[in-house]
Design a protein around this ligand. Structure first.
Ligand code: MG
Length: 275
């Protein structure tokens, strides 16, 4: 047997062994995987590698966007805007006056009826948010007056949108800042007019039965795929003073700051605890 034929033989033998091991992992039509004689994990519910622990739900991943066309959302996402219409949005309970142009939803000119901050009809608690946006090109204005909008999580926590490309402003007002609280770790902005992405993981605040704060809201965020907010805890006083009116769910909103910022490919995944 030549050396290469010998390797082929070994590979084939291993494949057969692997197949028979896999076959033994199933018995009587039921999966028989993992262990139950291993140490218990903290919490006392599951063993290490526990074969009875529920399988993760299967999600078909989305596809990435490119400058010409938006990608596709994952199969379990709530698609809030797919380039066609604003049926999942409202402004003060009325159909929004925002425009839909070339597959994008656009902040309308000042004075447009039902302009202003646009709010999703759906409400969310813990969630993963994907938003694509483009600031006006050519740029107009400076500082906070240039390409300003914002993703308002639960309608109140602003993940800032700004044309921060070569546009000095205060640190906690830049694009991807948690506005007024946390500057982004880096400025990963693209030039005006280019599509940019935000991927935000939001943990809603928790409250005790008496309404006092149990744990704050947390935000992790990526700007154009670059980590900019790493599990930052949102600061207290405003949230705390709002407790009386607070609910554990809220809408996603986009700020109308008077600049014609465009949005596309907006989706949200509701996050549930893993067993
Ligand atoms: Mg803003």
């Amino acid at each position: 047997m030549t050396r290469s034929r010998s390797s082929l033989f070994v590979a084939a033998a291993l494949a057969v062994a692997g197949f028979s091991m896999a076959a033994r992992a199933w018995q009587d039509g039921k999966p028989k995987v993992g262990f139950q004689d291993t140490p218990m994990l903290p919490g006392g519910k599951w063993h290490v590698h526990d074969g009875t622990r529920p399988q993760p739900p299967v999600v078909t991943p989305g596809t990435p966007s490119n400058p010409e066309a938006p990608g596709k959302a994952p199969s379990d996402a709530v698609v809030l805007f797919d380039g066609k219409d604003l049926s999942r949005w409202q402004v003060d309970g009325k159909p929004p006056g925002w425009k839909v142009e070339d597959g994008a939803m656009v902040v309308p000119p000042g004075g447009t009826p039902n302009g202003g901050t646009i709010t999703s009809k759906d409400e969310f608690g813990d969630c993963q948010i994907h938003v694509e946006f483009a600031t006006p090109d050519p740029p107009k204005g400076t500082n906070q007056g240039r390409g300003n909008s914002g993703v308002l999580i639960m309608g109140r926590y602003e993940f800032q949108i700004l044309d921060s490309f070569e546009n000095p402003t205060y640190a906690d007002g830049h694009a991807s800042a948690v506005y007024g609280q946390y500057p982004p770790q880096v400025n990963a902005s693209r030039p005006p007019g280019r599509w940019q992405t935000y991927d935000i993981i939001f943990t809603a605040p928790r409250f005790k039965a008496d309404g006092s704060l149990e744990s704050p809201a947390y935000i992790t965020g990526l700007h154009n795929g670059v980590l900019v907010q790493d599990h930052v805890a949102l600061l207290g006083p405003m949230t705390y003073r709002a407790l009386a009116k607070y609910s554990p769910h809220g809408p996603i909103a986009f700020q109308d700051h008077g600049n014609p910022v465009r949005y596309r490919n907006v989706w949200v995944r509701e996050l549930k605890p893993v067993e």
